[in-house]
Design a protein. Structure first.
Length: 266
């Protein structure tokens, strides 16, 4: 783990695996941190990849920047980090909000993106109702802290049967959520409410893309992943059985298998 200045923000990250390996950056979702990628980091580095997992601003060990963090800001942080590491072309992957940041990378920094991995995420802009919800949730997190929210959404983050059947995974996910600073989470929620429509840029993307989704994801259901796959001319779709919104946590072996297969084909 190293501190690294990116876009004026002192991001913390892990940079593991052989320096000569194919570089992959994995971007966590909300309200998590880089440790959610531990199973993927282990599998990818064992396969010879170089894996970078940052904490986004306001999450994990990176500093909190109160106010509003647009997805553009978060993508620029990532791009600046990659520039400091002298990495010109990387596989950019993310889950949920992290997937939207990967899409923002393709929009703002297309030359950096060798391929995309989009897990349980959506390219469509927020609805007016959704914008209102995210802004109100930001205020709620500031008022209540993270734990009530974490306990409320755990059976949507993970499939309900995995909350019961995989208590260690559920505890890990709740722990990440509760460890997040409400100011950082609120800033990202406000910024995410203003996200653009990524469908036009993705429809024109020439890079390979892996679209992954948990079979029982209620936030971004399989139908949305199918629509994303249909939109992108060079994409493949993998549905992970017995998983909800975080298949990399719920079914790491299955997730890693499709990820490694995709990377091997690049």
């Amino acid at each position: 783990m190293n501190p690294q200045f990116g876009n004026g923000v002192n991001l913390f990250f892990e940079d593991l695996g052989p320096r000569a390996g194919a570089p992959v950056i994995l971007i966590h979702g909300h309200p998590f941190n880089r440790t959610m990628w531990a199973p993927q980091t282990a599998a990818l580095t064992a396969a010879g990849c170089r894996v970078i997992t940052p904490d986004l601003r306001g999450y994990g060990e990176s500093p909190v920047v109160p106010g509003k963090a647009l997805l553009a800001d978060l993508a620029d942080d990532i791009a600046a980090l990659l520039a400091r590491l002298d990495l010109e072309r990387v596989v950019v992957g993310g889950v949920s909000m992290g997937g939207q940041i990967a899409m923002e990378m393709r929009l703002r920094h297309p030359g950096v993106v060798r391929a995309l991995v989009l897990s349980d995420t959506s390219p469509v802009p927020e609805t007016e109702e959704g914008r209102k919800f995210r802004r109100e949730l930001a205020e709620r997190l500031l008022a209540e802290g993270m734990r009530p929210y974490a306990e409320e959404v755990i059976d949507k983050m993970l499939a309900p049967y995995n909350v019961v059947g995989m208590p260690e995974a559920a505890a890990r996910v709740i722990g990440m959520m509760c460890a997040t600073d409400p100011e950082g989470a609120a800033a990202a929620l406000r910024g995410r409410a203003e996200r653009p429509d990524y469908r036009p840029v993705l429809a024109q993307a020439g890079e390979p893309c892996l679209v992954v989704v948990g079979a029982d994801d209620v936030y971004t259901p399989v139908a949305e992943a199918e629509a994303l796959h249909a939109l992108m001319p060079h994409s493949v779709l993998a549905v992970i059985e017995r998983a909800g919104h975080l298949p990399g946590v719920e079914q790491p072996e299955a997730f890693n298998r499709v990820l490694l297969e995709f990377l091997a084909g690049l």
